[in-house]
Design a protein around this ligand. Structure first.
Ligand code: KE4
Length: 425
């Protein structure tokens, strides 16, 4: 694998960009490699600055469910851009995307569009606090909800469930209203409600976690959260920035039949352009400015170019319904990977739902952050590097999700399986 140009570009980037990247995970630190710089992509194929080509299973961390440079999406974007790119004034396109989301997600009556998943989560929590008049928020270890200050929180020292900042720059005061519980542990959440019930504004969860690697919430757990929130008049926030329109048309709520009060979306609904969304019942959403008093704003919120890409993406998903094929292809890939690793005597477990999965180098089931972090990250790093050399681009971290797109074919799966067969760990 040639790396000269990639290395030159990384050296140059480091001079003017912190760590040479605009988002930390792209630096490949956890996989002991230097990052590649992408020159172009089409379908499933990435091409880096040295001309190396890769089958992409990271898909820009989820958005590219139709593959890269999808013609119908690009045509819509070009058409929209030709008429202007940003007005800061309403466009009918925003209403169209909002109507598609309302029609798809059972719990959403109204939608506010923003420019990132982080912004969507920040708004959702402020809205929940404004709607309930309460301050505390419950989150789960291993769930990532963007770099919102009060979400950059880990379990406090000892067994305390009070949050402690997980990043410098987040004041302790910002973390003190964040309560932590283990994922899939309803008893722990019940204890939090017993102690803080009437101060808890919301519980926020990735109903399918993608940020500790893929970990699915048990249906009974989600139903239990729903019951606890109803009983305590707290709001249930589903962060479906990854899972929305990924695991099903309408997200996890459609799959499992558990309704959120507020849902955050992103990634796929922007078709590869900057976007985020907050959706919920009209009685809650009407509290958002200018209808209500909970303030939220954004220069490029609902940007027509981003929205056009999202509409074109959702239209293709709605008309083609690729979900059964995507799931079948993903199951086929995971089954073959597992057979090969078993034959090699390599301990592992794979969590898969729909067209997302994570291969953990871990002999035990991975059901929460504690079990996920017992995975062999050194082994994952070696696996990542060997697969990259073989022309397969995986997420550069053990604790991320792999994704398939409608551009993946059985031929790509065969090439991927052949690369796994050559791996030595
Ligand atoms: P953004 O602000 O990155 O658009 O979205 C934040 C976010 C919110 N909620 C969930 C469930 C998310 O997964 C994310 C962002 N996902 C990560 C990858 N797992 C983005 C990749 C990165 O940080 O570079």
């Amino acid at each position: 694998m040639k790396t000269r140009t990639n290395e030159r570009l990384f050296t140059q980037a480091n001079k003017v960009i912190p760590g040479g990247v605009n988002s930390p995970v792209r630096a490949f630190k956890s996989v002991g490699a230097k990052p590649i710089f992408i020159e172009k992509a089409k379908g499933v194929m990435l091409q880096d600055a040295d001309g190396n080509r890769y089958i992409d299973y990271c898909l820009s961390w989820g958005p590219m469910i139709l593959g890269h440079a999808n013609k119908a999406v690009l045509d819509e974007v070009k058409k929209t851009m030709a008429k202007g790119t940003s007005y800061g004034i309403p466009t009918a396109l925003e209403t169209t995307l909002a109507e598609m989301i309302v029609a798809a997600v059972v719990s959403i009556d109204k939608v506010r569009l923003v420019s990132s998943g982080t912004e969507a989560v920040m708004t959702a929590i402020r809205l929940a606090r404004g709607a309930t008049g309460r301050d505390k928020v419950v989150k789960f270890a291993g769930c990532y909800h963007g770099h919102v200050d009060h979400m950059l929180v880990q379990a406090g020292s000892g067994l305390t469930t009070l949050g402690a900042p997980s990043s410098p720059g987040v004041p302790k005061d910002f973390a003190k209203h964040t309560l932590l519980a283990p994922y899939n542990d309803l008893e722990a959440v019940k204890k939090l409600f017993d102690r803080h019930g009437d101060c808890i504004a919301a519980v926020i969860i990735e109903p399918v976690a993608g940020n500790m690697g893929v970990v699915c919430a048990k249906k009974s757990f989600l139903k239990g959260l729903r019951t606890l929130c109803n009983k305590n008049k707290s709001l249930l926030i589903f962060d479906e920035v990854i899972s929305g329109f990924r695991v099903a048309w309408g997200g996890v709520q459609k799959l499992l039949g558990v309704k959120a009060d507020i849902t955050t979306l992103g990634k796929i609904i922007g078709g590869g352009f900057p976007i985020g969304a907050i959706g919920g019942k009209a009685s809650i959403m009407r509290r958002l400015s200018p209808e209500g008093a909970v303030y939220q704003a954004g220069t490029l919120s609902g940007n027509p170019v981003c929205v056009a890409a999202g509409i074109a993406t959702l239209k293709q998903l709605k008309t083609t319904n690729p979900y059964p094929r995507l799931e079948a292809m993903t199951i086929g890939l995971c089954t073959q990977i597992s057979e090969i690793l078993n034959a090699k005597g390599i301990e592992h477990t794979i969590n898969q739902i729909g067209s997302m999965f994570t291969l953990f180098f871990n002999p035990h089931p991975v059901t929460d952050y504690d079990t996920a972090t017992k995975s062999d990250t050194k082994k994952y790093a070696s696996y990542f590097r060997q697969m990259l050399n073989a022309g397969i681009y995986l997420p550069p971290s053990q604790f991320e999700a792999n994704f398939l797109s409608t551009a993946h074919t059985e031929g790509h799966v065969r090439r991927t399986v052949a690369a796994v067969r050559q791996v030595e760990l």
